[in-house]
Design a protein around this ligand. Structure first.
Ligand SMILES: [Zn+2]
Ligand SMILES: [Zn+2]
Length: 332
């Protein structure tokens, strides 16, 4: 599958990603012990660099972040007192809850932070083999509510396509995200949203579900994995909807999808009147809409369960009112 951001092979079938995830990040027997550099010490107190393993070629996370710090110093964007932490947040290409610090191979880390320039970001991609993309942060990406403008972070260089592995008692799925346009959620073993889905599953309620503010589709995809017969995805944010279509494709064998139909291609980054952009058929009947949740049920059939996974602190009153035609509304 071609990556919609860089055109290369970033998107792989979920079954392949899951099969090799346990081998992806551990150290090899020849890897030196973790360097554990002090994240609060200024650059002047840190080593010049940390060597890659001579056997497997992988780098420590500290080693990559240190290279990035040195490079940002060369560009005058950090000084001798800036710390490793000042470089930004490291996002591993395939997010997975790890009990250890990952060892990194080529193009396996996306850096997200502030005080970068385009030139410095391009140099990071060229000179630091492990870095796949550099994102300039402007805050939480997406639509906070329907009244304020949408926010995107800026992909300065490389590719921002990454995935998170979503785990639950009914299985695992791989959720791809064009990360500069989708808000960041760290993979945690105790993901509270997944516990809510598991409760519903155990009560036999995950059969006919609307994922009303679906983003890249994590909750709805997990419902399909849990055996739901019908899942409706909806988001006003086009980037989310595009990621859902990609995730249906990447997870199609896990979800028992026989066919995916690509319908209307929306142009507006923020949708209003709901538009059916895609459908999938198989063990689960899936519909994907781009539009305002408050208008969704003028087009889509109401469901047993309507999940509303809103921005923290966002007002959901009007959305809840519009979704009352569903049997049960769950604020996630
Ligand atoms: Zn890519
Ligand atoms: Zn090694």
């Amino acid at each position: 599958m071609k990556c919609p951001v860089c055109g290369k092979g970033c998107i792989r079938p979920a079954s392949e990603v899951l099969a090799e995830i346990e081998q992806r990040y551990p150290a090899c027997p020849a890897c030196a012990p973790e360097t554990n550099l002090d994240k609060t010490k200024g650059a002047k107190h840190l080593p010049e660099r940390v060597l890659r393993c001579s056997s497997c070629g992988k780098a420590t996370l500290d080693g990559v972040m240190l290279d990035a710090l040195r490079l940002l110093q060369e560009f005058g964007l950090r000084d001798k007192d800036d710390t490793l932490r000042s470089v930004g947040s490291p996002l591993i290409e395939v997010g997975y809850p790890l009990a250890y610090s990952p060892r990194l191979g080529p193009k396996s880390l996306i850096i997200f932070g502030t005080r970068y320039s385009k030139e410095a970001a391009e140099a990071m991609i060229e000179q630091i083999p492990e870095i796949k993309g550099v994102i300039l942060s402007r805050g939480v990406a997406g639509i906070e509510d329907y009244e304020t403008a949408a926010r995107e972070n800026v992909l300065l260089a490389g590719c921002d396509m990454r995935a998170d592995i979503s785990q639950s008692l009914f299985g695992e799925a791989v959720i791809y995200k064009s990360q500069s346009r989708i808000h960041i959620e760290f993979s945690r073993q105790s993901a509270p949203k997944m516990r809510i889905l598991e409760q519903l599953y155990l009560q036999g309620k995950l059969r006919d579900v609307v994922d009303g503010l679906c983003g890249p589709g994590t909750l709805g995809l997990m419902c399909a994995l849990a055996g739901a017969k019908r899942v409706v995805f909806n988001d006003a944010w086009l980037a989310g909807v595009q990621n859902v279509l990609l995730n249906l494709e990447a997870n199609r064998s896990l979800l028992g999808i026989d066919e995916i139909e690509y319908l209307e291609v929306p142009k507006n980054p923020v949708g209003k009147e709901p538009v059916l952009v895609g459908r999938a058929h198989g063990s689960c009947e899936i519909e994907v809409y781009h539009g305002d949740l408050r208008r969704l049920f003028s087009r889509a059939k109401p469901a047993d369960i309507c999940l509303i996974d809103h921005f923290p602190g966002a007002k959901t009153g009007e959305m809840e009112k519009a979704c009352r035609c569903c049997n049960e509304i769950i604020i996630v």
